[in-house]
Design a protein around this ligand. Structure first.
Ligand SMILES: *Cc1c(COP(=O)(O)O)cnc(C)c1O
Length: 690
């Protein structure tokens, strides 16, 4: 179960909101360490600054939890190295302060060798403890870690409230750790909360933060006022506050920013040295009043110096591939917007678009397309597989996500974690999902004649029984039309019969008092040909991308969203009698110029278009394919196109000058429909929005 689940969740690429907050948290730590004790006017701020460390712990826990703690070894090694570097870096300051006495080893092992370093040994001890707990299962682990946290509270903010008998327990603890935040009482809970990756809706998260923050402040003020605190790292309100805050950050994880996040660790490591340097520098320059005694200027000076040194210390960021360096897919933002507007204008009353993002949004790039659709106000999506829905959610896509296809019951945790709505594709499937014992949002699929997925429409009693499965929260019911590509004739009669059978199912349920939720049946052709059939959603796929499965006779006001482009690797001359590519298929009769393109069948180019059956555009002119299309490269004839050079962009699908090669051309030449050509565009193509 564990390993199976992990494979469904490939490591993420970017978590900009988490990264940004990490740097902010480091800034809070610096602020905490540069405040002066006399100027404790804003003592309260210190409490808030204390949120930084739980945040670091939760984000570490989040990433550890994502791969079921398999990277724990690597994580501990990295932490140990960082701590080792920290111990060495601060030895001179320890020596200077006369702290290298007999107690130094205990301090270095349990407390941190310098004041700010406490976090690292605490992590080295707390992370294995959290991992051990996590093996008991999520809930028991959180409970035990919660109890440990409560015990820790007694040695921290609540110390003065303890009954006499208990203090000797804490005295024992304090012989090893200076505070209860070191190690076992504080770290495991936040790591495990992070690993649980609790994602509540944006509204609930925000409300949670807004409620728990004043509670935390009141708790801190009360305890501080009563003078019972031994230390002020741990409060009752921190775990709920951090859970809501983290969930909020997970919700706003959008975009890609890599530059700042690498600064967090070196700033954390270096800032106490910078405090010393700023003080000494200020003394030497006679600027102590400004640079040290003014707490805010002092903070800014230390922060600026820390950032500067960190920036110098880091090597240049690793070079990143150029998105349009080899072969890529370009999405036309304006075309997508136009299609959304055009299709929205066709929607029947009360119906919303539910774009189909399956198969990487028909090859367009699901994350890129869905985010853009979110921006255009689209709030519902459908996908074929749970993993596709999870991918969208992980990249911050909002709104309802309906999984149209079969999902194995073992993937129920994935559905729940990413708030996906699952289709019950048949009665047995529904019962198996129900048997998982966890509440799940579902739509029921009804088969009205396609004979693919769905409970047969005539099995009325069986359909009604689905409403008694107590773990299934039935949010909607839908069917799929299988012959709606045209109006008229036998196909129209069949489509109308499908719609009637569907309506009958809904009527029947209604009579028995079962709420049907959102009901829907239209896909692209359904919306174009039979909008009067209505429904709460139109599940449009191919039309949204600006094409139909086959070349339409009339203009529908839709514009193709996608182009495919690749680079010319080189241009060479082929002399008479020479052949190009695998096999000796295309032997030149006269001298020809051949361009080698950086795209092949592994990128989705149908190999059946080899040897002149396919063509591409270069400098606004057509260049036919020469020889057999290879896995990673394709040869084209550019004899008639002067001036083609290495590095030029060739248009595989799309416009160049006055010419266009459409996805219809590709589909027709390879005897298939556009849906297949598009959805086979490979993962190696980089998707860019223009
Ligand atoms: C793929 C799919 C759609 C979208 O179909 P298009 O013809 O591309 O609009 C709608 N509903 C279901 C069930 C699907 O599988």
């Amino acid at each position: 179960m564990r390993t199976g689940k992990a494979r469904l969740v490939p490591p993420p690429k970017t978590f900009p909101a988490l990264d940004d907050f990490r740097l902010l948290a480091v800034v809070l730590v610096v602020a905490n360490h540069t405040r002066s004790d006399e100027g404790q006017l804003l003592w309260l701020l210190t409490v808030l600054r204390r949120a930084a460390v739980p945040y670091f712990l939760m984000s570490s826990g989040y990433f550890l939890g994502r791969d079921q703690w398999r990277s724990l070894g690597r994580f501990l090694k990295k932490t140990a190295l960082l701590y080792g570097a920290g111990v060495l870096l601060y030895l001179p300051l320890n020596g200077y302060a006369g702290r290298l006495g007999p107690d130094f080893l205990r301090q270095a092992l349990f407390d941190g060798s310098f004041y700010h370093l406490w976090y690292l040994p605490a992590l080295l001890l707390g992370a294995p403890a959290a991992w051990l707990l996590s093996r008991l299962g999520q809930k028991p682990a959180l409970c035990i870690a919660g109890v440990l946290y409560l015990i820790g509270l007694g040695g921290d903010s609540y110390y003065g409230l303890l009954p006499q008998g208990l203090t000797c327990f804490y005295d024992g603890v304090f012989r090893v750790f200076t505070y209860t935040r070191n190690g076992l009482f504080y770290v495991p809970l936040f790591l495990l909360l992070g690993a649980a990756g609790i994602t509540l809706s944006r509204r609930v998260s925000l409300a949670g933060v807004l409620i728990s923050l004043p509670l935390l402040v009141s708790e801190a003020l009360l305890l501080h006022g009563a003078g019972v605190q031994r230390h002020d790292s741990m409060y009752l309100c921190f775990p709920p506050l951090m859970t809501f805050l983290f969930s909020l950050l997970l919700n706003v994880n959008q975009g890609q920013r890599q530059k700042l996040r690498r600064l967090a660790a070196p700033v954390y490591l270096l800032h106490p040295w910078c405090i010393v340097l700023v003080r000494r520098g200020a003394e030497a320059l006679g600027l102590t009043a400004l640079l040290v005694e003014n707490t805010f200027v002092h903070f800014l000076a230390v922060l600026a110096l820390s950032l500067l040194l960190s920036r110098l210390l880091l090597q240049a960021p690793p070079p990143r591939p150029c998105p349009t360096g080899r072969a890529w897919v370009e999405l036309d933002r304006a075309a997508l917007r136009q299609n959304v507007e055009q299709l929205s204008s066709l929607l029947p009353e009360g119906c919303a678009l539910m774009p189909a993002m399956k198969a990487n949004a028909y090859g367009h790039g699901a994350v890129l397309a869905a985010r853009e659709l979110n921006r255009l106000g689209v709030r519902a999506f459908c996908v074929a597989a749970a993993s596709e829905g999870a991918e969208l959610r992980r990249h911050g896509v909002r709104g309802e996500i309906l999984v149209l296809g079969y999902t194995h019951p073992e993937e129920v945790p994935l559905l729940r974690r990413y708030r996906l709505t699952q289709t019950a594709v048949g009665a047995d499937h529904a019962r198996q999902l129900n048997a998982c014992g966890k509440k799940l949002r579902v739509h029921l699929k009804i088969d009205t004649g396609m004979h693919r997925l769905g409970i047969p429409a005539e099995q009325k009693a069986e359909i009604a029984r689905m409403f008694r499965l107590k773990n299934l929260e039935i949010r909607g019911i839908f069917t799929h039309l299988s012959a709606c590509e045209t109006r008229g004739g036998a196909e129209e009669a069949f489509t109308r019969a499908q719609a009637a059978a569907f309506r009958e199912v809904l009527c029947d349920l209604h009579k028995q008092g079962y709420p049907c939720g959102r009901t829907h049946l239209l896909s692209s052709y359904g919306l174009l040909n039979y909008p009067e059939l209505g429904g709460a959603y139109a599940r449009v796929g191919i039309a949204l991308y600006g094409v139909l499965s086959r070349r339409p006779e009339s203009d529908l006001g839709l514009r193709p969203v996608l182009s495919v482009k690749a680079r010319v690797a080189l241009v060479r001359e082929l002399r008479p009698g020479e052949a190009a590519g695998y096999g000796l298929e295309n032997t030149a009769e006269q001298s020809r110029n051949i361009a080698v393109l950086t795209i092949g069948y592994a990128d989705g180019l149908p190999r059946s278009l080899s040897c002149g059956r396919g063509r591409v555009l270069l400098r606004g002119k057509e260049a036919p394919v020469v020889g057999r299309i290879c896995m990673d490269q394709t040869l084209v004839d550019v004899t008639e196109i002067p001036g083609v050079r290495s590095g030029d962009a060739a248009v595989i699908i799309g416009r160049s000058g006055q010419r266009e090669i459409s996805v219809y051309d590709w589909a027709e030449a390879s005897k298939t429909i556009t849906n297949e050509v598009l959805s086979r565009l490979g993962p190696r193509l980089v998707r860019v929005m223009v």
